[in-house]
Design a protein around this ligand. Sequence first.
Ligand code: ZN
Length: 356
Amino acid sequence: MIPKDVEYLKCINCGHDLLLKVFETEKDECVEGKLSCKHCNEEWPVINAIPRLLPKNLLKNLVLPYHKDFFDKYHFDVSEKNRSDKSSNDDKLKSKTAQSFGFEWLKYPKILNQFEKDWERYFHPFITRKDIKGSVVADFGCGMAKHGYFIGKYASKKYIGLDLSEATEAAYRNTKKFKPLIVQADIYHIPLKGEKIDICYSIGVLHHLPNPENGFISIIKNMRKGSKIFMWVYGQRGNSRALYLYNPIRFVTTRMNRKFLYNLCHIPAIAVHSLNSVSKGLSKIGLKKSARLIPFSYYTDFPYTFKVSDTFDTLGTPTQIYYKMSEIDSWFKHSKLKKYQLEYDVVQGIKGYGVK
Ligand SMILES: [Zn+2]
């Protein structure tokens, strides 16, 4: 992180300003350091240029196992004062989901050219490149910055990517040239000063949370008046394959060892890849309409490894909820956002946009 970017951050306990103590720098970035609250004295580590602003129990589950050296080197304490060490069921589910995504995105952290077309499709018609230019944009659940990369590319004033998992490491590497602020954070304990953010978005993330609507409310509560929010969740419409075929399979696969499941995902990925070859062949001989009718034609232009990774996403993520439009409509009604609009996405999702 650039030391100056501490101005975007706040304490997750009391909301006060944070102080950054730099241990190690690389060019103009702080790669190792410590953030502390001026008011309640709580402390958080900055590891590999990423502030890890998590509640202590999540810090212990999701950061300590991957960065033990840092904790030893600086005698960083993760024990919880005045609280029991027991994690709640929600924390367990959050940790399991974060570990699964962290595994997936670190396994295949590439930004593909095809993602740019996806970016347009997701945000259209609510957020455009013009909106991004000069804005401070916060990405809730950035993963490896599949969408965030383009926020940097389209000249945002600042791209802020938040994620609960180790995928933040991949997000940082992928967007480094745009001088991002990547933060390992929990959507229910947002460490950002809302008054400094112009656009908030969350794509393909809320439906994986223990309580998705509360995640959505948490973002809105943190927003300043006049700022925009965009979200995308799985929809039920057109998703019968996921609802009736994948979900029963997921009952078994979400309980499997991650590495084993990843290897197993080659089998469906080979099947999809073969179907894509048929689509490609049909397109080549001018039968584009028929090519599109072949199942999984969406994946035709993606590399094989991405197909393995996406299969793992479908089968390995601990929880995913598919929504009806009426359910998302009630979220937005309760949120009291202005000018809100909802739309079905062509790829089986529901988009929502509003202004606070
Ligand atoms: Zn504090």
